[in-house]
Write a protein that binds this ligand. Structure first.
Ligand SMILES: Cc1cc2nc3c(=O)[nH]c(=O)nc-3n(C[C@H](O)[C@H](O)[C@H](O)COP(=O)(O)OP(=O)(O)OC[C@H]3O[C@@H](n4cnc5c(N)ncnc54)[C@H](O)[C@@H]3O)c2cc1C
Ligand code: FES
Length: 279
């Protein structure tokens, strides 16, 4: 845990390295300035940090991997704060609060087939979980990774996916929904195309999913139709966050706070709300 108990106080971290992944997506390698905080920082797979650009604002960003000394975040520049963040050079300092929120059910998934379904940058919140399953392969059944992007060139970690494809008892399925060219090892279309090809035990699996709400809703419905128990489907939700600790109500979804009760939810907990248009 962090040294301070005040969850509103950000800790300073330095940008050690930055990678421009695509014109609007960058990855930061951060290190806490305070060695004690760096040493004690721990996150669970699927949790997020609040990253604070001094004087501009704060945004929720999933922890991609690492620890307090080597913390990795991948960010898409979409608006006021994230676009300003993209301009920061190596050596700049930002504020970090966290980690916050619920995490992927890697314990519950032990002994079962594990299925990851992501679209777009939804792959960032599951990357650390996939790595965990790969590193603890003997504890899990079959591993199926499905990733959808609009264009192949938007696929951030293709070499990583290709390396996973070579592992035993593992299936990696990639698709580009707006490309015209059929690339080797790539499908054309949305996640639904991949679901037809995925091979796993529908009765003994845990599904972890992250992407746009509509994709997760449609995929959850399809999976249920295929025989996957709703309680074995988990989704990670994105909502506008401010406090990140259940105080301000900005992220409220029905009776739940996405920051505190989520962002990772078992599907039955959010199904009714996710099926309400524009909720
Ligand atoms: C739990 C959680 C984890 C997240 N993890 C990540 C992550 O790992 N990487 C990442 O890049 N983002 C992540 N996000 C989304 C990120 O928090 C928002 O993109 C960010 O808050 C936008 O802030 P801004 O000030 O730059 O944009 P704003 O000025 O608030 O928004 C500008 C415009 O962008 C739109 N917009 C806002 N958010 C998004 C979005 N996510 N996608 C597309 N358009 C959007 C708004 O509707 C608005 O039109 C996460 C969000 C949550 C809740
Ligand atoms: S962000 Fe304040 S209650 Fe969730």
């Amino acid at each position: 845990m962090m040294k301070t108990h005040n969850c509103y106080v950000p800790h300073e971290a330095e940008i050690i390295e930055r990678v421009q992944e695509t014109p609007d997506i960058f990855t930061w390698h951060l290190r806490f300035s305070d060695a004690e905080i760096a040493q004690h920082y721990r996150f669970r797979h699927g949790q997020f940090n609040m990253l604070y650009l001094y004087g501009v604002g704060e945004v929720a960003i999933s922890v991609m991997s690492g620890d307090g000394e080597n913390l990795w975040h991948t960010v898409r520049a979409v608006g006021r704060v994230t676009k300003a963040m993209m301009d920061l050079p190596v050596g700049s300092r930002i504020g970090v609060r966290g980690p916050f929120g619920s995490y992927w059910p890697l314990d519950i998934a032990r002994g079962k087939d594990v299925v990851f379904v992501t679209a777009g940058l939804g792959c960032a919140p599951v990357m650390s979980s996939i790595r965990y399953v790969v590193e603890h392969r003997q504890d899990y059944g079959r591993l199926v990774i499905m990733q959808s992007v609009r264009h192949r060139h938007e696929s951030l970690w293709e070499p990583q996916y290709e390396a996973w494809r070579a592992l035993p008892n593992t299936q990696v399925l990639l698709t580009a929904s707006r490309d015209q060219t059929r690339w080797p090892n790539w499908e054309l279309g949305r996640v639904s195309v991949l679901l037809e090809k995925a091979d796993y035990n529908k009765e003994e699996c845990v599904v972890m999913m992250c992407g746009p709400d509509a994709m997760m809703r449609d995929t959850a419905m399809t999976l249920k139709g295929l025989g996957v128990t709703a309680a074995n489907i988990y989704v990670s939700l994105e909502r506008n966050m401010q406090c990140a600790v259940g105080h301000c109500g900005h992220c409220q979804l029905g009776g739940k706070f996405v920051c505190k009760d989520g962002p990772v939810f078992p599907w039955p907990e959010v199904e009714a709300l996710m099926c309400v248009k524009e909720y």
